[in-house]
Ligand binder design. Structure first.
Ligand code: DON
Length: 310
């Protein structure tokens, strides 16, 4: 087990990174997200022994956005197995922005390069078992309830419909994927499931607990129950390293070295074997769509406590 930090240190460090809250922009391409306050900052660390320390606005809920891609991938793997999932989505990083359409045309048969970019995540959502979008999202929520032991977690209807009404690029990706038989069924229903998935709301404590579960080889920290098969937890963490921060993943791996996944709401999830889960919330984003405060704080933690997995 690596060395632990105290709550006081975490509070001090959060104050140290507060000036960066205005170094980026809050996402506004999903109109409902533009209401977020750049100064609503929070951080939580969930250790493998079950201890959780946090600082900032810990009770504030935010939407998962792209962080949901890792959780949806774990569920799609459980539902369908590895061969099926990776028959439709690749395993390679892109070096492109998260919503890029460009590479889809470069591969035959067409296949999104990985499950962390939007094209791949839309295909993964489509693979989650369930006849209706609500059934798929309901299963994803139950999975999250199991991981966090909080059955009150749900999704924001406001954020989901705000994205659904304006997601023209994601619709284009889906129509392209439908044409090439990567996704099946209704495009609008898949987009409905995906936007609800991205709008699942939780706080940093929940998210750090999920990170700890991934770090604990998919087992619940308290009951020891295997919620995600070890091999699938490992696949998810590997994607977090290679593609979790999009076209900033290489620099992040070198500077920070923690499997991590960001979302445009400003959340970042980290998972370190032998240590636990880390979650940061800071809504201002850099140009690549990653939380400025989230990156700073995780980098500080990693350097100070030698958390790089490399
Ligand atoms: O599909 C979208 O554009 C959003 N629902 C999620 C994108 C996202 O979080 C990218 N991450 N940094």
């Amino acid at each position: 087990m690596r060395k632990k930090l105290t709550k006081e240190i975490l509070e001090e460090w959060l104050e140290n990174v507060r000036p960066f809250a205005y170094d980026g922009q809050v996402a506004d391409y999903i109109p409902a997200l533009s209401k977020q306050d750049p100064e609503d900052l929070a951080v939580s660390i969930y250790y493998l022994d079950g201890e959780c320390i946090h600082a900032g606005k810990v009770e504030n809920c935010f939407t998962l956005q792209s962080i949901s891609k890792v959780i949806a991938l774990a569920l799609a793997l459980i539902d369908n197995g590895e061969d099926y999932v990776f028959g439709r989505v690749g395993m390679e990083p892109t070096g492109d922005p998260f919503h890029s359409i460009y590479r889809l045309e470069q591969h035959r048969p067409s296949k999104p390069l990985n499950p962390m970019i939007n094209a791949g995540a839309l295909a993964v959502s489509n693979m989650i078992r369930g006849v209706t979008p609500d059934e798929k999202v309901g299963r994803l929520l139950s999975f999250i309830h199991e991981m966090t032991d909080d059955h009150s977690i749900s999704f924001s209807r406001e954020v989901a419909s705000s994205e659904f009404e304006t997601a023209f690029l994601n619709r284009s990706l889906l129509y392209y994927l439908k044409q090439h038989k990567v996704v099946t069924g209704s495009v609008e229903e898949t987009l409905d499931a995906y936007t609800k998935q991205c709008s699942i709301e939780l706080n940093v404590r929940h998210l750090s607990k999920i990170g700890a579960l991934f770090a604990n080889e998919g087992k619940d920290l308290h009951s020891g129950r295997q919620i995600i098969p070890k091999h699938f937890a490992r696949i998810c963490k590997t994607f977090m390293v290679t593609c979790g921060m999009y076209d900033a993943s290489g620099a992040f791996a070198i500077k920070v070295g923690i499997p991590a996944k960001s979302g445009v709401s400003g959340g970042v999830l980290g998972s370190v074997n032998g240590f636990g889960g880390i979650a940061v919330y800071g809504p201002a984003l850099d140009t690549k769509g990653n939380s400025v405060v989230g990156l700073k704080l995780i980098e500080m933690l990693s350097n100070r406590y030698d958390l790089s997995i490399f």
